[in-house]
Design a protein around this ligand. Sequence first.
Ligand code: G
Ligand code: MN
Length: 399
Amino acid sequence: MKSRCVVIVDDEPQVSAAVARCAAKLGFESIQFHDAQSALDHLRTGETAVLVSDIRMPQMTGIELLRAVRAIDVDLPVVLMTGAPDVESAMEAVELGALRYLAKPISVEAMRETLQYAVSLHELARLKNEALSARGIDGRLDSDRISLDVNFANALSKLWMAFQPIVDLGARRVIAYEALLRSSEPALPHPGVFIEAAMTLGRLPDLSRAIRRAVAERAAELDPAIDIFVNLHPHDLLDEDLFGLHAPLSNIAGRVVLELTERMSLADIPDVRRRTQRLRALGYRLAIDDLGAGYAGLSSMVLVQPEVVKLDMTLIRDIDLDQTKQRLVASITQLCGEMNVLTVAEGIEREGERDVVSQLGCDRMQGYFFGRPARAFATVSFADPVPSSALSLRGSAGA
Ligand code: G
Ligand code: MN
């Protein structure tokens, strides 16, 4: 019976043949492949009850195969075998919903028991779906959640950081880079969607830890005099790992500015003051991000008492054509200077915006005009002459 077909993948033909014999003893059909890609092609035909795969194989590994399988079938029972068990692959296997993780050599009894269990599970899933649809219930709601889980795990494993330069126009140099979340997973292409998936799944701490780890790794490439800005989600303040003395980012805390956006409320985070003080004790500086975009009032300024304020790009857009924006940016920059808070203007896209913002006293800038977020740390050319009015105002914010 086709629906009881066991697909076996191992680059060692003796192993796949032994598994096939076990399947035959139980009355199941099987088909053997010696590489993961061929198995995957077969799985797309949709007549498989169980997948049994080796982990270490040239080209595509068993873990990668499992990940690809989950994109097309969230229910298929998958058994992984390995000659070299390790914590990392075992954890990934669990995350991707592998049924069993078997260390070689595998006894005939263990393999039979596993195959029997896996085939039964497959039949149970089929019966359950049948029962649900008989009652008019669409069982796909559950699998939506599972596929979100899978997409999230994929996105996490394909996470990388983009970096965008922050310049000091007066000093004509790059003073920092903002680290921005990216993933090569097509199902969660946008960082906002990626973070939302983490929230839905209750896995924000996993994502944020991965970000901090990735940033710390990349920081090693950079001149230690250059700072790194890292975005925090308010809920990250609830994760003890952030405050760990030996957490990856803590090791370079003196070079890091943590951004808290005004777009998200800090109201449901208890003890924000105490938490931000703990971060300062580790050596971090703090920034309010997107100032002017979020809530009215100054609650985040009061709670965080930041070293840096980043002016939202809506305040900057076409500022050269808008006197209200000019007045606002000038006043905010001056007030921040008096409070010893540095201002950074975000979203500078045009020369006109750059020049006016500089004239208004804010020389620290970020935006496509200077460089887009990119995998590599972009260098910025300051060949363009800075208008003399800008130079004469330089430093008015406390540079
Ligand atoms: O909220 P936060 O300031 O962290 O958001 C940064 C985002 O703004 C990034 O996704 C980045 O790609 C985007 N960004 C950076 N510079 C510019 C810019 O000059 N114009 C626009 N439209 N977006 C920008
Ligand atoms: Mn930011």
